[in-house]
Design a protein around this ligand. Structure first.
Ligand SMILES: Nc1ncnc2c1ncn2[C@@H]1O[C@H](COP(=O)(O)OP(=O)(O)O)[C@@H](O)[C@H]1O
Ligand SMILES: [Mg+2]
Length: 392
């Protein structure tokens, strides 16, 4: 009966806040249906703030309106680059097929040929869409050109149906340079030609900078939204609404304790709310029970959320994060880290790059690094204390 859902990408029972983003996306859909231009959206923030569930919510809106939608996820490295192309081609086929079952084959025949051709080009096992392959579209093997063909043909057909074509990309900062540039370029093309095509991205706080690096006009192309911790009111709601749906309530002291312990970060709120539910003997939940829930919640984070990241690092990478932890959750200057560690700055380059590709840190600005999850520095400190480490 526990109404809280800690877990990556697990939708909360009550999505607190985010009205602005949901409203902006509703507007995008409404404008598209009236053949009016709209700006695609990019969500960025730290891990655990709720980017994935928000992205999925936006996709749900587009699906609800009968749009052709696809969901992708960026992963670093050559494998990630190959896989995301194949997923794109496969998902295009699946989505096209679903679309045909809704509206019949006639209005979309042309783009089905292009989608089939794109599948052959990136070598996915085709599911037949019941049309001949178009040997003149999406066949070059250059992702920018092929993606252009696909987007043009699909969104032209959708425009006449007053619907849109939307690609949702999670962990977009990990998409390879070629595909990222191709996506920005084709989004730009769509805006200029009034085609109802929308990339909606979610990623770490450096995603806007990565997009601008790919194409400088990306800065004006997207509607950038920073997703962060909840306001006091929203954080309270995210605790009280699920509880009240189950006939339970919080005392003001209990609420204050959990808001404090969670720092109002959505993932942590779910974890502490879940512990609260297990600890509480009766309703309203008391401050004392909340203090116990906070201890249990913290133990769970220290046994799961944080180590699942820390354990991925090598000893050398941990030394680097140790040095970063001295700055708390604030960004660290890379030069200062080198001094702290007593090594030359350029020797730390590879370690930093590996930590970035593992998604443990990111670069908020040139010459700076920061943790991708809130509270990582404090976790590292706690570990040293537990181990009785004399250096801390
Ligand atoms: N707006 C919100 N209100 C309440 N809980 C949320 C909200 N957004 C996310 N959560 C919860 O936070 C956790 C992390 O969400 P997720 O989307 O995986 O974060 P991210 O993708 O940013 O790392 C999940 O347990 C989810 O249920
Ligand atoms: Mg996520």
């Amino acid at each position: 009966m526990n109404p809280y859902n800690p877990g990556s990408g697990v939708p909360p029972r009550f999505l607190a806040g985010r009205e602005a983003e949901v409203g902006a996306f509703d507007l995008l859909v409404a404008r598209t249906e009236r053949s009016m231009p709209a700006r695609p959206m990019v969500l960025s923030g730290l891990r655990g703030v709720g980017r994935t569930v928000l992205l999925n919510r936006l996709k749900g809106i587009a699906d609800h309106h009968g749009w052709l939608t696809i969901k992708l996820e960026g992963r670093p490295g050559a494998d990630g680059a190959r896989d995301i192309r194949r997923t794109l081609a496969r998902e295009l086929q699946v989505a096209s097929r679903r679309f045909v079952s809704q509206i019949g084959i006639e209005p979309v025949k042309r783009f089905l040929s292009t989608v089939t051709s794109f599948g052959a080009t990136v070598r996915v096992e085709g599911i037949s869409l019941g049309v001949d392959i178009d040997n003149t579209r999406a066949t070059t093997g250059f992702i920018d050109i092929d993606l252009h063909d696909v987007v043009e043909d699909v969104s032209l057909a959708l425009r006449s149906l007053k619907k849109g074509f939307a690609i949702f990309i999670d962990e977009m900062q990990d998409v390879d340079d070629d595909l990222l540039a191709a996506l920005v370029t084709v989004q730009h093309f769509a805006v200029q030609n009034e085609l109802p095509f929308f990339v909606t991205g979610a990623g770490l706080p450096d995603l806007p900078a990565r997009l601008a690096d790919a194409r400088s006009y990306a800065e004006r192309l997207f509607d950038y939204r920073q997703i962060g911790r909840l306001s006091v009111h929203q954080a309270e709601e995210s605790l009280t609404v699920p509880a009240s749906q189950m006939g339970q309530s919080y005392s003001p002291e209990a609420l204050e304790t959990l808001l404090d312990a969670s720092g109002r970060y959505p993932y942590f709120i779910q974890e502490f709310g879940s512990a609260m539910w297990e600890v509480a003997a009766k309703s309203p939940f008391t401050g004392e029970e909340a203090a116990m829930a906070a201890r249990i919640g913290r133990q769970r984070l220290d046994a799961g959320f944080f180590p699942s990241r820390w354990d991925r690092a090598t000893p050398r990478e941990r030394d680097y994060m140790d040095a970063m932890a001295q700055d708390g959750d604030e960004p660290s200057n890379t030069g200062a880290l080198a001094v702290r560690m007593g090594v030359k700055a350029n020797r730390l380059g590879p370690t930093r790059a590996r930590l970035i590709s593992k998604g443990l840190i990111y670069s908020p600005e040139y010459g700076q690094v920061a943790f991708t999850v809130p509270g990582m520095a404090a976790f590292i400190e706690r570990q040293h204390h537990e181990l009785g480490d004399p250096t801390s």
